[in-house]
Design a binder for this molecule. Structure first.
Ligand code: DX5
Ligand code: ZN
Length: 222
């Protein structure tokens, strides 16, 4: 299998929502590959963000793939709504899905790409069985709920182990890392085996979104 291109997926959680369309335009100009949308319900995670309405608004602004990360309980109830809003990929937490296979199948049946993820403290054993059925494995490198947290260094070992599990499936499954990713650690994260980098704070906190994506990409490829 050839080495996949490293993809940058900025998380809109840290965007300025008063100028959402400009911010999405900046992401496009800056060369973002996907847009990562963090949906939080105040139950699975201690924060509330946004739902399908914002996904729909972003869909109307861009043709970039929309990568929706559901940090919500009972995600099955909302898959149709996110599909109708224009999501291309939907990632669910193993911790929220008692019937993970059914949920993943439902995402695929709707015509979206299924992803699965685990919190930092959840073992990869939780996703071993479902891995051959998904297109994306997301590893949380912070405890989900907030942008701008510090990358948990223990994640490197997990990334390498996950990359090995993906190789064993023989399928092209993207390995995405989410939380505390910036230009200082992107290189190490990619060397550990990741090929999709989610970044919120490091993309949106400065003045120049374009430059921030460039720095991330350079570090990731360097
Ligand atoms: C955390 C979210 C992340 C977060 C990433 O719950 O899943 O996508 O927004 O933001 P940074 O890059 O700021 O850690
Ligand atoms: Zn996320």
């Amino acid at each position: 299998m050839s080495k996949p291109k490293i993809l940058i997926a900025p998380s809109l959680l840290s965007a300025d929502f008063t100028i959402l369309s400009e911010q999405v335009g900046e992401l496009e100009k800056g060369g973002a590959d996907w847009i990562h949308l963090d949906v939080m319900d105040g139950r699975f995670v201690p924060n509330i963000s946004f739902g399908p309405m914002i996904v729909r608004a972003v869909r109307s602004l861009t043709r970039l793939p929309l990568d929706v990360h559901l940090m919500i309980v009972e995600p099955d109830r909302y898959l149709g709504a996110f599909h109708d809003a224009g999501a291309d990929m939907v990632t669910v937490h193993a911790e929220t899905c008692p019937h993970l296979h059914r949920t993943v199948q439902a995402i695929r049946d709707l015509g979206m790409k299924p992803g699965v993820t685990v919190n930092p403290a959840t073992s990869l054993d939780a996703i071993g069985g479902i891995l051959p059925s998904v297109d994306l494995l997301l590893l949380m490198s912070v405890n989900p709920g907030f942008g701008g947290q510090k990358f948990i260094p223990g994640s490197y070992k997990k990334i390498t182990a996950a990359a090995g599990m993906i190789r064993e499936t023989g399928r092209e499954i993207r390995l995405q890392v989410d939380g505390g990713v910036d230009a200082s650690n992107a290189g190490d994260i990619v060397r550990a085996g990741a090929n999709v980098l989610v970044a919120g704070n490091s993309v949106f906190s400065g003045k120049d979104i374009h430059a921030a994506i460039g720095r991330l990409r350079e570090a990731a490829n360097g």
